[in-house]
Design a protein around this ligand. Structure first.
Ligand code: G3P
Length: 225
């Protein structure tokens, strides 16, 4: 499964990039609103930091406006993927943008039927929002499973991008289901790696090694005297 970070923070993206396992970035207007500076400049800088798909979202709500914004976003950098909300106007815009060869990430997907329509319109990615469904007591992860099951029957050139992942188990579940991509905030990404037994195990290995070194040094000293 490809790992995307769901953030517009260059600090976080630069830090995560050093680990070499981040494949792409998703942003949205809320995430960009948290940052200071020109959102377009931030998107371009993100593209220069991570050489993978970088989603930038349109804010128009009519198809014509979405297409115009989408073309502009795509012109900023080759890595930009145009994020479009899953509404009727979004489907129309996706059809046009996809026909021009622009990659669309259809976002705010909360049902399998929405994902099916998005794929049919030519979206390159569909983003089911797992956590936000969980928030309203609906099983978000089941939506990911349903979409994967549907897409398995057909030949859509569309990847399942599990979004709104709120914890490491969401990521693991998405991977077990075979989601193509999981996007997550930095806090969740960090938790993927951490394990207390790794830390305590490493501490013990290093302490034991220090003992070995001390014993070897003592032996060498005895032999020399
Ligand atoms: O990628 C979608 C994401 O930004 C939404 O996450 O945690 O705000 O539901 P969240």
């Amino acid at each position: 499964m490809k790992i995307f970070l769901d953030t517009a923070s260059l600090k976080e993206i630069r830090e995560a990039a050093t680990l070499g396992v981040v494949d792409g970035i998703t942003t949205n207007p809320s995430l960009l609103a948290k940052e200071t500076g020109d959102p377009e400049a931030i998107l371009v800088e993100i593209c220069k930091t991570i050489d993978g798909p970088i989603s930038g979202e349109v804010v128009a709500t009519d198809a014509e406006g979405m297409v115009k914004e989408g073309r502009h976003l795509a012109s900023l950098h080759k890595n930009i993927v145009v994020k479009v909300p899953c509404i009727a106007e979004g489907l129309k815009a996706t059809k046009v943008l996809a026909a021009e060869g622009k990659r669309v990430n259809m976002t705010l997907i909360f049902s399998a039927s929405q994902a099916l329509l998005a794929a049919k319109a030519g979206a390159r990615y569909v983003s089911p929002f797992v956590g936000r469904l969980d928030d309203i007591s609906a099983p978000g992860m089941e939506l990911v499973a349903d979409i994967i099951q549907i897409f398995d029957h057909y030949d859509f050139d569309c990847e399942v991008l599990a979004a709104s992942l709120r914890g490491p188990m969401h990521v693991v579940e998405a991977a077990k289901m075979g989601a193509d991509i999981g996007t997550m905030p930095m806090s969740v990404f960090t938790q993927l790696l951490k394990h207390p037994l790794t830390d305590s195990g490493l501490k013990r290995f290093l302490e034991d090694w220090e003992k070995v070194k001390a014993q070897v040094a003592a032996k060498t000293q005895r032999q020399g005297s």
